[in-house]
Write a protein that binds this ligand. Structure first.
Ligand SMILES: [Fe+2]
Length: 374
């Protein structure tokens, strides 16, 4: 990840309250390629896209990351005859739309070759339908290469959306479990970027606001139930984009690094994987450097949840615990002999995230986390 201590926003951010106004604005036509998923297409878009070319990602893959194969298949299907690429969906849909807006995304291996410059050839509009990804405002794109059993992160300004559009109606009907994991991912984006050595007053202001917004919603859901959740969609979606802007500038760190093998090897969804490792990473942060930016975060949580600073992290964890389950990694199929493999994956594939940590984790500490979570 080549990020400097600076603050940049490359995309115009636009809000719509409902899908009807959004579709009027987009005015989809034959020059458009619309990439989406069936939950969104069936509920909101069918019969409203005129003659735009439509690709529904889950018609090609039921779940899982954007693999080399999938990217090559969908690139071939989509053709090159469009002037706008519009992605409406979760993080995987938005990442794929970023690739389809390039001059060419194939062969996929070339995207990672040294001395290759990526060129965006089409206008790119990204519209998230989960609250956590933040992908609509980042320059990142995750690509899975099955031959190597590894996921690579492209980091290039050519992957920035021209427009990021927020429309909270798309969150309607999203299962609570998905919403909880996705909003936890956004919380971690804000948390890790706030603590980052690359944080600036600008990224921290956005991260702080995002954490507060997410905590307020979690507090409401746990005290009032999920029936009224719909009124919080706008707040959650705004928080997800604020977190995205913050981590696009200051980066993520050890929580994302340690969750990586859980998603790649155990197929645990990204937000849930972050949740599983979060507390253990935090314990090391608190032991090694209890003051500094972590102290600020405790203050932010305490004032939002109306508790003492000493209890802040426990109280926010209790809130999450009512929305998500923390199960041992063995229940997802992890074996003891994978502790070393996972530790090695973190150190070889995620070293940039580890280097961007609030404190540096040792090899022994990383292995111990997996052992404790097993
Ligand atoms: Fe994430």
């Amino acid at each position: 990840m080549s990020i400097k201590k600076a603050f940049r926003i490359k995309s115009e951010i636009i809000n719509f309250d409902d899908v009807t106004s959004l579709l009027t604005y987009l005015d989809l036509n034959k020059n458009d390629l619309l990439l989406t998923e069936s939950r969104i297409f069936d509920k909101y878009l069918e019969n409203k896209v005129k003659d735009a070319r439509v690709i529904i990602r889950d018609n090609y893959i039921s779940h899982g990351p954007n693999s080399e194969n999938l990217i090559e298949k969908i690139t071939a299907e989509s053709g090159a005859q469009c002037s706008r690429v519009i992605g409406i969906g979760g993080g995987a849909v938005l990442d794929l739309a970023k690739l389809l807006a390039l001059e060419t995304a194939v062969p996929v291996k070339n995207l990672f070759a040294q001395n290759i410059t990526l060129h965006k050839a089409r206008e790119l509009i990204l519209i998230p339908t989960t609250p956590g990804t933040g992908s609509e405002v980042t320059q990142y794109c995750a690509v899975y290469v099955p031959d190597l059993g590894a996921q690579f992160i492209l980091d290039d300004e050519a992957l920035c959306a021209d427009q990021a559009i927020l429309c909270p109606e798309f969150l309607s009907g999203i299962p609570l479990k998905v919403l909880a994991a996705s909003s936890f991912d956004a919380f971690v984006h804000a948390f890790e970027s706030y603590l980052s050595p690359l944080a600036t007053p600008f990224s921290q202001a956005l991260a702080k606001d995002a954490m507060q917004k997410i905590l307020e919603v979690w507090k409401d859901v746990t005290s009032l139930g999920a029936a009224d959740l719909e009124k919080s969609y706008k707040q959650l979606q705004t928080a997800g984009t604020l977190s995205g802007l913050s981590y696009a500038n200051a980066g993520c760190a050890a929580v994302h690094a340690l969750s990586y093998p859980l998603s790649i090897r155990l197929k645990i969804p990204h937000g849930e994987a972050n949740y599983l490792v979060f507390n253990e990473v935090l314990k090391i942060y608190a032991a090694k450097n209890p003051t500094g930016a972590l102290d600020d975060i405790e203050e932010i949580i305490a004032s939002t949840l109306n508790c003492t600073k000493e209890n802040a992290l426990i109280k926010s964890d209790n809130l999450c615990g009512t929305l998500m389950q923390r199960k041992p990694l063995s229940s997802y199929g992890m074996k003891e002999n994978q502790i070393l493999e996972f530790t090695d994956m973190v150190l070889t594939r995620q070293h940039m995230l580890i280097a961007n940590g609030y404190v540096q984790l040792t090899v022994g500490e990383i292995a111990q986390i997996y052992k404790d979570l097993l």
